[in-house]
Design a protein around this ligand. Structure first.
Ligand code: SF4
Length: 497
């Protein structure tokens, strides 16, 4: 990987080399992936790249024209400005124009489940000491409107937020009332097992146009094993909740997420088939996070990234087969990555931003009135490490932004300035995740060669580029369609807004 500065020489062919980075393709080492500073890219032969850098490519050749169109070379050094390149960079980083749009309210830590990988450090379902109280909820709503974002996505989380539905209702009504003169665009999301849904709640969700997000890990045996309840009825209750919510709110108002344990890796096709059987058109195959109970149980339920990608490849092939069979189904993480690769815009997904989405794209208001720049920061605090606590809802947003925690996040929050990332060909399309690196490696900057975050990103970029290259026309059209905005809003799409 190399980076050539904008002031690089003009070669014999008379063009000026603009900033670019490259990566040798793992599946064809004679060719390279070359990216511009704004994330436009080309795949070309290694010899051709040497000629480009030597300044000997004919600018009127097909490759020469391609390089100009992608702002990798400038044809007339005396007249060309960097304006088109900068305009592209502005489009990719458009999310920086606003403050955080995702606001997570943790209304209770209570939960009925005892999942071994739980990321939220749940409490017993009767312990109301872990509920967000009225005073802190009111202050959190005040803080919400201190942010400048024109769109505010309010996501209620837990534990199980339906166990403290009165607070969900009160906060929603306070926000709606305040918004009469604020005029923001509001979206409401509730992340729930859906086990405890009742008619009163559904009527409220319909009135306020809620999106419901639930967890579905796959077929019954797998879901029940991952999400134990004494009655062993977790799957049946989730499916009943999905059905009930769809009948009340419409199919598009309900989405589901998978959590992949070691057990899940043996069942890629079964998990995909379950999503199809239940009528979902999106599935999010995400590996376990190193937080909460997952950290303690990691050796028992965790797995290597190599195991994850073996699973993922098989699942992706099956998803493509399902699409060939006439049933539209996307894999959500692939969609995010493909939208980076095949569109000039950023998806803005908070975990894949640079500068980081922590505190700049999302804020978490915890049950005890503490604020965090991300859910991961909250989980670390629940495990006793408060390094990323911004402050209390009784303080102003200005104080949070000036906190040592926020400074620490921002210091390591720009991927283009991080060791390893700065030279990487994927950096204009990737993200910085300082809190993830702190959690995994004890250092917000992290060490990219041994970083699971980086290996995951490289793995996805390589896999999707290779798969798109060898796709037939039908599969390619499917993969490219995933890069486009989706028909219905899913939580990760909302997160990106
Ligand atoms: S995290 Fe890895 S893949 Fe992403 S920009 Fe950094 S070095 Fe590249």
């Amino acid at each position: 990987m190399k980076f050539r500065s904008a002031d690089a020489f003009s070669g014999a062919a008379g063009y000026r080399l603009l900033p670019l980075r490259f990566r040798r393709l793992p599946w064809d080492t004679e060719r390279v992936f070359v990216s511009s500073a704004a994330g436009d890219w080309l795949i070309m032969g290694h010899r051709e790249l040497e000629q480009v850098i030597a300044g000997t490519i004919d600018q009127n050749s097909t490759l020469g024209m391609d390089l100009q169109a992608r702002n990798m070379i400038a044809a007339d050094p005396s007249r060309t400005t960097l304006a088109p390149l900068l305009s592209q960079m502005r489009s990719r980083k458009q999310y920086l124009q606003q403050g955080p749009s995702l606001h997570i309210f943790v209304v209770s830590l209570r939960c009925h489940h005892t999942c071994s990988y739980c990321q939220v450090s749940r409490a017993e379902s009767t312990e109301t000491a872990f509920d967000l109280d009225e005073t802190n909820a009111r202050l959190a709503v005040e803080r919400l409107f201190e942010w400048p974002s024109s769109t505010l996505t309010v996501e209620f989380q837990g534990g199980e937020p339906l166990l403290h539905f009165a607070r969900v209702r009160a906060i929603t009504e306070q926000i709606q009332q305040r918004n009469r003169h604020e005029g923001r665009t509001l979206r409401f999301v509730l992340a729930s097992t859906l086990h405890d849904l009742n008619d009163d709640q559904l009527a409220f969700f319909r009135e306020h146009d809620f999106q419901l997000s639930t967890s579905l890990d796959g077929p019954e045996w797998l879901h029940n094993a991952n999400r134990p309840r004494p009655e062993r009825d977790s799957y049946a209750r989730t499916v009943a909740g999905i059905d009930r919510a769809r009948r009340a709110l419409g199919d598009d108002a309900v989405s589901a997420l998978t959590t992949l344990t070691q057990r899940s890796l043996s069942a890629p096709r079964e998990i995909v088939d379950e999503y199809r059987r239940l009528g979902f058109h999106s599935i999010f195959l995400r590996p376990l996070s190193p937080y909460g109970f997952a950290r303690k149980t990691g050796p028992r339920i965790g797995y290597s990234l190599a195991d994850f990608f073996a699973f993922y490849r098989e699942a992706l092939e099956h998803i493509l087969a399902v699409n060939r069979d006439g049933y539209p189904l996307e894999e959500a993480y692939a969609s995010l990555m493909l939208s980076q690769l095949f569109t000039p815009f950023s998806h803005g997904y908070v975990d894949l931003r640079s500068p980081t989405g922590a505190g700049l794209g999302a804020v978490v208001y915890d049950y005890d009135g503490q604020a965090y720049p991300s859910d991961e920061a909250r989980m670390l605090a629940a495990m006793g490490d408060r390094s990323f606590a911004l402050g209390h809802v009784g303080q102003s947003v200005r104080e949070w932004l000036a906190s040592p925690a926020m400074r620490r996040v921002l210091d390591a929050g720009v991927a283009e300035a991080l060791p390893g990332c700065a030279d990487c060909a994927f950096v204009p399309l990737c993200g910085a995740d300082p809190i993830d690196h702190y959690a995994r490696q004890g250092d917000t900057c992290g060490h990219r060669p041994s970083s699971d975050f980086c290996r995951k990103q490289l793995g996805f970029f390589d896999l999707l580029l290779e798969r798109t290259e060898r796709a037939d026309a039908y599969d390619r059209a499917v993969l490219e369609s995933w890069a486009l905005p989706r028909r219905s809003a899913t939580p990760w799409q909302i997160e990106a807004a």
